[in-house]
Write a protein of this length. Structure first.
Length: 94
């Protein structure tokens, strides 16, 4: 996750499951989950939540999804495709 305005980068980890999701992010998350896992399980949610809590505006955030072992771009899951549908995806994978 990159804040376009400040250049600050936020990383997230899959499986982190942040317990206090920002309401600005939560309103975009599907309910129920479109995947076998919880909607807040993804690294994208973790990174976006960190960015918003750090003062980033959601409209200033761009997303990049990669396989951590290889750095290769990976597509967003169905939950994140909905949650981040209005975000620019820097890796070109939605």
């Amino acid at each position: 996750m990159v804040n376009r305005r400040t250049g600050k980068v936020y990383t997230g980890t899959s499986g982190t499951k942040p317990s206090n999701i920002s309401a600005k992010l939560g309103v975009n998350m599907p309910d129920p989950s479109l995947e076998p896992w919880d909607t807040h399980n993804c690294a994208e949610i973790d990174a976006a939540n960190k960015a918003i809590k750090d003062g980033s505006s959601i409209v200033d955030l761009d997303i990049a999804t990669v396989y951590t072992k290889s750095g290769e771009p990976m597509p967003c899951c169905r939950n994140c495709s909905v949650t981040f549908r209005n975000f620019k995806v820097l890796t070109g994978k939605r």
